[in-house]
Design a protein around this ligand. Structure first.
Ligand code: UDP
Length: 329
């Protein structure tokens, strides 16, 4: 298939672009490079530098004809979104609307969207199933939920075959592609940065949550496992699915606290890693653990690297080979 990957120069989008190329698809990456890295775009993949807010340009790009779009381009920092809700809704909702309208006019039939566990807010039930109430606690989660709804309405109105994958906490690296955010806010790369000596310590944001050790619990999923789910969703989007919007949670179904992640990173790296207790971060729910039963049943998705150890050691391996991220590639 000929596929457009928005945000394909970013952490998750680049791993998916690589797996798509390996599966013999023709891949074009669309990225504004505000966060992404040109060096993360897999070899042989054309990079089109464009912004989703430029609706006219998007329409022109999609008019080339595509079999599907995988949509990763977004702003994704929970804390930042609390400070700048307008910017998040513009990028994540208006950007998705522009993309959907450009897809509609070019009659692109398939969409796989990167949604998030943040749509569930503070869930009543754990592990979280897809039918759990959605009540986001941050503008980031709110903007992604609004985009999910919009996609559902476009699917029904225009016969789109759409899938939203709601990611829990993505971690790890593939052999050539890893996590390089500026600023970095995610726990595992920050903990490993402390192990590398890039920073003095790692802060634990909140130790008084209603969890077993008082620190937030998250469900970590290996980026390669997450990526494979996109290919399964794409393969399942045949004509019989026209007008349908499928929603799947993606995690391992096991939760680890911030303290447990730091402890595992000490074991994997052999470095002491100093941890410092700090106040809570705005918008963080205490516990987010996925039920991925639906995608396992319906698409046959099975995680190959479910252990925290595998995720941390793959991320550690990549960071040691790229201590300054993509700057050195
Ligand atoms: N966290 C932390 N220290 C850090 C970064 C993150 O204690 O330096 C915590 C954060 O409060 C959250 C968990 O680690 O409870 C995972 O955060 P991350 O930003 O990696 O992912 P999120 O769950 O926000 O998507």
């Amino acid at each position: 298939m000929k596929l457009l990957v928005t945000g394909g120069a970013g952490y998750i989008g680049s791993v998916v672009a690589l797996q798509l190329v390996e599966a013999d698809h023709e891949v074009i990456v669309l990225d504004n490079l505000s966060k992404g890295h040109e060096a993360a775009v897999p070899e042989g993949v054309k990079l089109v530098r464009a912004d989703l807010l430029d609706a006219g340009r998007l329409t022109e790009i999609l008019a080339d004809g595509y079999d599907g779009v995988l949509h990763f381009a977004a702003l994704s920092l929970v804390g930042e979104s609390v400070e700048q809700p307008g910017r998040y809704y513009r990028a994540n909702l208006t950007g998705t609307l522009n993309l959907l309208e450009a897809m509609q006019s070019a009659e692109v039939p398939r969409l796989v969207f990167s949604s998030t566990a943040a749509v569930y807010g503070e869930p009543e039930e754990t592990p979280i199933p897809e039918m759990a109430p959605t009540c986001p606690t941050s503008p980031y989660g709110g903007s992604k939920l609004a985009a999910d709804h919009l996609i559902g309405f476009f699917a029904r109105a225009h016969g789109l075959r759409a899938t939203s994958l709601r990611y829990f906490n993505v971690a790890g690296a593939s052999s050539s592609l890893g996590e390089d955010h500026e600023p970095e806010t995610h726990l595992i790369p920050l903990v490993l940065g402390a192990a590398l000596g890039e920073r003095e310590n790692v802060k634990i944001f909140g130790t008084d949550y209603p969890t077993p050790d008082g620190t937030p619990v998250r469900d970590y999923i290996h980026v390669e496992d997450l990526s494979r789910a996109h290919l399964l969703a794409l393969d399942a989007a045949d004509e019989a699915n026209s007008g349908e919007h499928h929603v799947y949670n993606l995690g391992n179904g096991a939760g680890f606290s911030v303290r447990e992640v730091i402890e595992e990173a000490r074991r994997v790296t052999g470095c002491p890693i100093e941890a410092v207790e700090a106040p809570r971060r705005a918008g963080d729910p205490p516990t987010l653990v996925a039920s991925s039963a639906r995608i396992q049943d319906e698409l046959g998705w099975v995680p190959e690297k479910p252990s925290l150890e595998a995720m941390i050691s793959d991320a550690w391996d990549w960071m040691q080979r790229h201590p300054r991220g993509y700057e050195e590639s």
